[in-house]
Write a protein that binds this ligand. Structure first.
Ligand code: NAD
Ligand code: LMR
Length: 336
């Protein structure tokens, strides 16, 4: 039988790389394009979409794409909709929650998103405790600790399989440094470490080929990477934050998680995980390069050599991160 050349070229996957992926918040600004990109990923055999609205419609729409995966939509209106969406999932992507408007910080989203993420994490603990969980909902510096605490409460926390998605900071850094240096962004790699908000985002420019950049140019570049999210929030003028670049970033991250599960070699990406790097300073979670394997995190890489300037940025980052993480923990501890 004839196969269309589009699917043959892009989506020919081997049967052993078949995973069940669930998107929570699948009808949102990120959720829809992220679900589309996961429908195009040949490692996915079953894509489950869950939202408070429209998930069945989005699923039906995506189900017409001729890639070798099934798409199912679930809503909170049906009995056990969330449980069915999560049942035995291998990977769970969580972009559920409200986005920023101009003038807000990511921490301003905590009051709404903390409860959403806590409740979704509870459902994950009950229905797919072995899943790799990728948290996109902001504020990531606090929502990841929230998920960890919920899973701990249920006795199913596996730190190797809980990730805060910070890929957008890394892709922005590639793009923005290439604009400054007049290079091809696909050849630029910047090690961005720390967390995912303002000054906790630390692009280690000293580790790139552009360490001789003039200080004023470098300072401006670092600021743009740290506040890239605000650039989009301002441009969208009240209609939300980054969705398309984020869905691209989320799909790149999810693909790395799936590649790790599938046993591919040298799967390395930066992500916010429970980390030994600064644990002795009371910082349980930190984003750095991580190698992913069949059991999730297989190695957390040290951040490498940094300049005196970056060392000072790290000190500030750690102070903020500590508070953000503690806020997440406290929220779950105070929850009934
Ligand atoms: P959006 O409002 O467009 O979509 C959010 C979706 O979540 C909506 O469809 C909504 O119905 C759904 N939702 C809300 N509560 C839910 C629940 N309890 N269960 C299931 N679904 C629920 O927002 P968006 O632009 O897609 O952004 C989503 C989140 O992602 C925000 O918190 C935003 O700050 C964050 N974000 C993170 C990054 C990152 O780099 N990690 C980047 C961009 C945005
Ligand atoms: C981003 O970095 O674009 C996201 O965290 C969304 C935001 O609020 O900026």
């Amino acid at each position: 039988m004839m196969q269309n050349s589009f699917s043959k070229r892009l989506f020919s996957g081997s049967l052993k790389n078949q995973y069940k992926v669930t998107v929570l918040g699948a009808s949102g600004g990120i959720g829809q394009p992220l679900s589309l990109l996961m429908k195009l990923n040949h490692k996915v055999s079953e894509l489950r979409l869950y939202d408070l609205r429209l998930a069945k419609g989005v699923a039906t729409d995506l189900s017409h794409i001729p890639t070798d995966s099934k798409v199912l939509g679930f809503s909170n209106q049906e009995e056990d909709g969330l449980a069915k969406a999560l049942d035995n999932a291998d990977v769970v992507l969580i972009p559920a929650g409200v986005p920023r408007k101009p003038g807000m910080t990511r921490d301003d989203l905590f009051s709404i998103n903390a409860g959403i993420v806590r409740d979704l994490a509870t459902a994950v603990a009950k229905n797919c405790p072995n899943a790799s969980i990728c948290v996109i909902s902001n504020p990531v510096n606090s929502t990841v600790p929230i998920v960890a605490k919920v899973l701990q409460k249920h006795g199913v926390y596996n730190p190797k399989k809980l990730f805060g998605v910070t890929t957008l900071d890394v892709i922005r850094a590639s793009r923005f440094i290439s604009e400054v240096e007049g290079t091809n962004p696909t050849n630029e790699v910047v090690n961005v470490v720390g967390g995912h908000s303002g000054i906790t985002i630390i692009p280690l420019i000293s580790q790139t080929n552009h360490k001789m950049m003039p200080k004023d140019v470098k300072d401006k570049l670092i600021n743009r990477i740290q506040f890239g999210g605000d650039e989009v929030v301002k441009a969208k003028d009240g209609a939300g934050s980054a969705t398309l670049s984020m869905s691209y970033a989320g799909s790149v991250f999810a693909d790395h998680v799936l590649s790790g599960l599938a046993g591919e070699k040298d799967v390395v990406i930066n992500t916010f995980v429970e980390s030994p790097l600064y644990k002795d300073e009371g910082i349980d979670f930190f984003s750095s390069a991580v190698t992913l394997g069949p059991e999730g995190v297989s190695k957390i890489h040290p951040i490498g050599e940094v300049s005196a300037e970056e060392e000072a940025m790290l000190a500030e980052c750690k102070e903020t991160l500590k508070k953000n993480i503690a806020k997440g923990y406290k929220f779950v501890e105070d929850s009934k």
